[in-house]
Design a protein around this ligand. Structure first.
Ligand SMILES: [Cu+2]
Length: 390
């Protein structure tokens, strides 16, 4: 149903734009049709991230420049070119793995976010200056921030796992294009099932990020991942799914279990619960924020607000469905995993008509959707909104 609706919407947009074009190339816009999208491509929907900054919506499991590396399928919903280097948004689908999925390594210039969309994976991170080596088993909604100069690695643990998140600044996908294999799939299956029965020894030729220093990958062969996690965490004195997690000071890696991080509520237009994962403090000079936002429906008689933010914003649906209207495009109805990218300065609105929806917001700069909602909201101590409207 959804893909049919998408196709129909795409065709209607195309028809509108073609009808509006003047055969003489006259630049004067005398067309009063409000559906005309001046200077923007006819369709909002893409199957691969565009090669330049523009508004777009890309569906979960779209081609998204799919790349295979060691049995993992990487999809790049947002790339350096599609975000003007603001950020890359990648997901990884892979089978359970008996060994590490990647050699331990460091990025000197890139901040790598690890979000668990489903299943389980284990993440290791150790900050600069030989701070303690930390590891966590991440389940759905858990988050790990691998700041620059942290040694890190990961291992997929469940057959139906999906890992991913933002890498800042944008453009890091280049290393995967260089060393991975271009993938095509007629069915768009999350990953190829035969990957599950194959083995991918670490360090085999053309299978790891070994020696890819020009791409900001510095292997750390001396790093031995600790295997002493108990209840999904090590060292033993760490809080994981049994108490609150704070965002770390600038420069340190950290982990936030789903629902155990800081929470804020904004009730200007229905309820929105904002759970920051990275704020301006943690991103520093990289200057980005990312949060999850849990949304109620919009009460009757409340006008859905129009946003216009100076810098680029991306929304990805995590639960329920999201309605997004960008520039003069028709409303996009988005479901789990779908991504919308809105360049700075472009007007947009979002809302949900499902009773509970959750999305990830990714904002360039320090005044994005999440920061503004928090500034106009208040602290909150729950992951769900109240029983009654205010
Ligand atoms: Cu990395």
């Amino acid at each position: 149903m959804l893909s049919l609706a998408t196709t129909v919407t795409g065709l209607l947009c195309l028809g509108t734009l073609i009808a509006a074009q003047s055969p003489t190339g006259n630049q004067t816009n005398t067309n009063t049709n409000t559906n005309t999208i001046t200077g923007l491509p006819a369709s909002l929907y893409v199957d691969n991230a565009p090669d330049h900054l523009r508004p777009y919506v890309i569906r979960q499991y779209a081609t998204a420049q799919s790349t295979v590396l060691r049995g993992e399928v990487f999809r790049f919903y947002i790339t350096g070119p599609s975000s003007n280097n603001a950020f890359t948004l990648v997901t990884v689908n892979a089978p359970q793995n008996a060994v590490l999925n990647v050699l331990p390594h460091i990025h000197e210039r890139h901040f790598e976010n690890f979000y668990n969309y489903k299943g389980r994976f284990q993440l290791w991170a150790q900050g600069e200056d030989n701070t303690t080596q930390e590891t966590r088993v991440l389940t759905q909604g858990d988050f790990g921030a691998v700041v620059r100069n942290s040694t890190h690695t990961f291992q997929m643990m469940d057959p139906d796992s999906q890992m991913g998140g933002a890498i800042v600044p944008g453009g890091f996908e280049a290393v995967f294009f260089a060393i991975g294999k271009n993938r095509s799939s007629t069915t768009h299956t999350p990953y190829d099932p035969h990957f599950a029965s194959e083995t991918y020894p670490l360090g085999s030729s053309n299978s790891t990020m070994s020696g890819e220093q020009s791409f900001d990958v510095y292997n750390q062969p001396q790093f031995t991942p600790r295997r002493d996690a108990l209840n999904g965490t090590a060292p033993a004195n760490t809080t994981w799914h049994d108490g609150p997690n704070a965002l770390a000071p600038f420069g340190q890696p950290y982990f936030i279990a789903n629902g155990f991080g800081p929470k804020f509520i904004n009730n200007e237009t229905g309820y929105q619960i904002i759970q920051p994962l990275v704020t301006a403090e943690q991103s520093g000079d990289l200057n980005f924020t990312t949060s999850t936002i849990s949304l109620s429906t919009t009460p009757e008689n409340v006008t859905i607000p129009t946003w216009q933010i100076r810098e680029t914003v991306a929304l990805q649906v995590l639960e329920g469905m999201l309605w997004v209207q960008i520039a003069e495009y028709d409303v996009a109805v988005m479901t789990v995993g779908d991504v919308a990218l809105v360049p700075g300065g472009v007007q947009f609105r979002y809302w949900t008509e499902t009773w509970f929806a959750k999305m990830m917001v990714l904002c360039q700069g320090s005044n994005g959707v999440d920061s503004q909602l928090i500034a106009r909201g208040g602290s909150y101590d729950a992951v769900v909104f109240p029983n009654e409207w205010v």
